[in-house]
Design a protein around this ligand. Structure first.
Ligand code: ADP
Ligand code: MG
Length: 238
């Protein structure tokens, strides 16, 4: 578990500023959801926390340590994307263990981590299967499993469920909620889905065109939206 702190974080692509001085304080073990329309900067913010994108201004700290110049692999984070490219020629077990094997993690520890992730995600009976023999939901579980085996302090999710059909989305939402309770890790979750945001979040960050419109608990935002935009996004009747 770790805190994640963004102080005046900005991002420019050339002359175009897509994130304008964002300030966000995420507590140890908190589940924070970034919501907002397409193009408002959700993925860019997440990618800056992950270190996949340089920041143009400000500071990002994880666990109290400024990570602006720290490589993604050394930030204690793991990211889950919407397109979960599993290795097609590898079994589930190999997909889960590959990253750890590549970094020379001891074999017994790798086996322990893979076994634990499989149990948490209830995919232990699928370990010998190839991805093409899995359902969409099972594949997404394996993708989340690849993040779990890294035992990160912070999980970053970028619209992980948007490729799943409606029924599976509901099921996986419940799974992710359970995962958060079980692991106690800090989670930062990006979605444009209002229901996902309202049901998963301890706190929601509402973004609009690179600005934070409001940060609050789901019911706070619902009951007291600062403006019509926030009201629209959290579905309050105002
Ligand atoms: P979201 O995830 O909320 O849909 P993004 O963070 O992907 O939004 O994008 C925010 C803005 O930054 C968009 O206007 C997008 O076109 C722009 N953008 C994202 N990545 C790049 C890039 N590599 N080069 C230039 N513009 C980019
Ligand atoms: Mg995005």
């Amino acid at each position: 578990m770790a805190t994640v702190t963004l102080t005046n974080v900005a991002k420019r692509f050339g002359a175009f500023e897509v994130v304008h001085g964002a300030n966000i304080d995420i507590a140890d073990g908190e589940f924070v959801v970034f919501v907002g329309p397409s193009g408002c900067g959700k993925s860019t913010l997440l990618r800056m926390i992950a270190g996949l994108e340089d920041i143009s201004g400000g500071e990002i700290a994880i666990g109290g340590k400024v990570v602006n110049d720290v490589e993604p692999a050394d930030r204690g984070i793991a990211m889950v994307f919407q397109s979960y490219a599993l290795y097609p020629h590898m079994s589930v077990e190999q997909n889960l263990s590959f990253g750890l094997r590549m970094t020379g993690n001891p074999k017994a520890d790798t086996e322990r981590r893979v076994k634990r992730a499989a149990e948490i995600l209830r995919i232990s009976e699928l370990m010998e299967r190839r991805p093409k023999k899995l359902s969409g939901g099972q594949r997404q579980r394996v993708a989340i499993g690849r993040a779990i085996v890294r035992e990160p302090q912070v999980f970053l999710f970028d619209e992980p469920l948007s490729n799943l059909d409606a029924e599976l989305r509901v099921q996986m939402r419940v799974e992710i909620s359970r995962l958060h309770k079980e692991l106690g890790a800090t989670m930062v979750y990006v979605t444009h889905d209002q229901t996902e945001a309202m049901t998963l979040a301890d706190r929601i960050v509402v973004l609009r065109a690179g600005h934070i419109e409001q940060i609050g608990r789901p019911l706070e935002l619902y009951d007291n939206p600062d403006n019509i935009f926030v009201a629209g996004f959290v579905g309050s009747p105002k």
